[in-house]
Design a protein around this ligand. Structure first.
Ligand code: PMP
Length: 398
């Protein structure tokens, strides 16, 4: 009989499954608030002008498509390092950062997880409760037990920082703690600088290993503002891991552009760590693709394109913010008594609205509005054409 005869159907990815249902929905008024993608006011995924300009130059230059180095090109990796640590970073001057291009933020998490499994084979990984669904699956697939630390407080719609801190203080030394640099997915609730300093103190105290996931740099307050956690970690003298994604900030989802950066204690450690990381990459996919990385590298290296990109990123950030304010105002205008002002305080693409699974189901069944059953909505899918419809629907199901 077939070797596949007894294979069971795996559960559908909850968010990608939502997309499939959305696509099958024939209602013209349907709205997909499920997926974490930025859409412009016309409901389209933008191709940024800075990206388009860099692509034009690259197409005209028609470079050959040889293999890249296992860790990607120096131009890309250095561009990423300057973006996340700052051009004048002491870490960079001291050779304490190892960076490898990766297949999006997910790929960066994956090579980081595989490398950590070699480095700390008996560690447990702690993720926030709740976190991006793929964090758990990814670290479990790398062979780690995954547990959670308290994070979201439904009562305040913010972070239960006391509980988070108390938990960190109990962790076994050598545990890995996954942190969201900014724009926490799914809750939109972030730590402030003072809280980051306390997290770093706890990590130092307990000898924990921080893995910082930065998938939304520039979507909260700005490129520089959003790396406050990294700045504090950089100044701490600790070793840590950072995954970055350019899927959202460059609107390059399908090109799979990201990077893993590992901060070591010395230049010599960096050389040895890089050699091990290259081995992980070599046995996963050998070396990264050329196009997306080349585009990001040339935008970051050009004064003009970099400015254009920053302006375009600011445009995305401000449009999401306008949708946050708009939704809150429109709900109030519809006589909704419940206070939704927290939606304006939450940062990044998402809001944990507090809508129940039953309310989310009604939004889908009665209005063709798709949200995650946890009540997470993506504000970047709202626009001036659908926001009134969405506000009507939410007001009706509350
Ligand atoms: N981390 C978080 C917190 C995310 O939200 C995402 C994307 N949704 C990723 C990582 C992965 O990003 P990428 O699409 O670049 O793999």
């Amino acid at each position: 009989s077939s070797i596949f005869a007894a294979v069971e159907m795996a559960p559908r990815d909850p968010i990608l499954g939502l997309n499939e249902s959305f696509n099958a929905d024939t209602r013209t008024t349907k709205v997909n608030l499920g997926v974490g993608v930025y859409f412009d006011d016309n409901g389209k995924i933008p191709l940024l002008g800075a990206v388009r300009a860099a692509e034009k130059t690259r197409l005209e230059a028609a470079p050959p498509r040889g293999y890249q180095p296992i860790e990607g090109t120096p131009a890309y990796n250095q561009g990423v390092q300057k973006l996340i640590f700052g051009a004048d970073s002491a870490l960079l001057a001291d050779g304490r950062v190892v960076t490898a291009q990766a297949l999006g933020g997910t790929g960066a998490l994956k090579i980081g997880a595989d490398y950590l499994k070699q480095l700390l084979p008996n560690a447990t990984v702690y993720i926030s409760d709740p976190s991006w669904e793929n964090h758990r699956a990814l670290f479990e697939a790398a062979g780690f037990p995954v547990a959670t630390y308290p994070y979201y407080d439904a009562a305040t719609r913010g972070v239960d920082f006391a509980a988070m801190k108390a938990c960190l203080a109990t962790l076994t030394p050598g545990s890995i703690v996954l942190l969201h640099a900014c724009c926490h997915n799914p809750t939109g609730a972030d730590l402030d600088a003072a809280q980051w300093a306390e997290v770093i103190a706890a990590i130092r105290e307990r000898n924990l290993v921080a893995f910082i996931d930065m998938a939304y740099q520039g979507f909260a307050d700005g490129i520089t503002e959003d790396k406050v956690a990294l700045d504090l970690f950089a100044a701490s003298g600790l070793q840590f891991f950072v995954s970055s994604s350019f899927s959202k900030s460059f609107s390059l989802y399908g090109e799979r552009v990201g990077a893993l950066s590992i901060v070591t204690a010395t230049r010599d450690e960096s050389a040895r760590v890089l050699s091990q990381l290259k081995r992980v990459i070599r046995t996963n996919y050998s070396n990264p693709p050329t196009h997306g990385g080349a585009i990001v590298a040339s935008v970051l290296a050009s004064t003009e394109l970099r400015q254009q990109w920053e302006d375009e990123l600011a445009g995305m950030r401000l449009r999401i913010r306008a949708m946050r304010t708009g939704l809150v105002d429109k709900l109030a205008a519809r006589g909704v008594a419940q206070d939704f002002s927290f939606v304006v305080r939450q940062r990044g693409m998402f809001s944990y609205t507090g809508l129940s699974a039953a309310q989310v189901e009604r939004l889908k069944a009665e209005y063709g509005i798709y949200a995650v059953s946890t009540g997470r909505i993506c504000l970047a899918a709202l626009n001036t054409k659908n926001i009134d419809y969405v506000a009507d629907a939410i007001a009706a199901v509350l």
